[in-house]
Design a binder for this molecule. Sequence first.
Ligand code: PA5
Length: 451
Amino acid sequence: MEKSMTKEHLRLDCSKISGFIGEGEVESLYPQAEEAYKALRAGTCPGNDFLGWLDLPLQITEKDLDEIEETAAALRARTQVLVVIGIGGSYLGARAVIEALSNSFHAYDPAAMQVIFAGHNISEDYYHELEEFLADKEFGICVISKSGTTTEPAIAFRLLRELLERKVGREEACRRIVAITDASKGALRTLADQEGYKTFVIPDNVGGRFSVLTPVGLLPIAVAGFNIRELVAGAVEMRALCMEGARNRAVEYAMSRIALYRKGYVVELLANFHPKLHYMTEWWKQLYGESEGKEHKGIFPAGVDFTTDLHSMGQYIQDGRRMLMETVITVENADYKVVIPHDDANLDKLNFLAGKRVDEVNKMAELGTRLAHVDGGVPNMQVIIPVLNAFYIGELIYFFEFACGVSGNLLQVNPFDQPGVEAYKNNMFALLDKPGYEEASRAIREKLGQK
Ligand code: PA5
């Protein structure tokens, strides 16, 4: 899509880290950040075979969007529930955007199209309850796996495909299943081709956690009824801002967090004051955790939902061990207006708030929290979007992705691989006696003292 002229953009405010860091300490990273920026753009950085996300927003064509929207419309016409099967990067982006844009009580609306998730856990109870829930629903499946071989989604797909085929027959099931996977490799590709499912391709050069702006994210988001063109437009705008030069907001965020990390702030809390952003934080945690946590290095990404977690984690953040930095996502304007009423009895002593909007109270809670945390020794950064809509979510996604690419380079790790995620899989396969794991199986059983 092409860049359009637009109004305001996402902003970054790092002024509240100045007391924690010597003058010039962020700036001293600039030469390295500029190198990282140039290497990203020139495609010469580590992991350069996974840089497809950089130009992705520009490369999405009208035809691509039309095809996704048509497929979404067909699924909506045939079903009342879409089960999106995937894990990690094949799950979190779609869920983050859908939750950010949905009505808070959408799940309780029996007339509304529901997008629900599976394949992101291996809980037997979850699958029992999911099958029970789906038993009397017209449902479809969108199965997403880049490798096409990941165990969790493969189990979910086997269970739900069987349920769907039993319920509506193989032919109708085929019309209700969409697979998003590699162009040619993997078990899911083989199965999809064999069964004749509608498929979309995840480009080779886009890693899972950077794939939300491919059909991986766009199809479920479109099925949920949201404007994927606006989402992509936001990413296009942020890309243009990032491409203007190395002095941009994403690079500034990357430099600021790495400068703080080098001072011992090894945990970054992404905080929101808007419950719809909970899964954006989950997406961000994967993006940074999987990209940076390597070679015994990396900022540990954690998340908090405020003011909820001020009543659980607030104590630690204010007074616990000093290793935290905090990045607050501020949504400047609420969509709706709710005013706190006057009460003559005033038993709750709340009349000092009468006539004020709930959002005004929330904003004062936000400012009060940021100031308190800074006073308590937690450096604070702020990412500001004017409203919570598809356009600004698109800006937010590209901003964090670009900053992640630079930040990983500043840490001198390859931000685009994830070798560490294999360790648990190898043990699990050995313990489950997967063919090919005989030696590992013997070794692990010996370690456990089993025969
Ligand atoms: O970001 C990543 O690469 C991972 O989180 C993957 O997305 C995740 O492991 C799922 O992999 P796949 O899409 O191959 O099933």
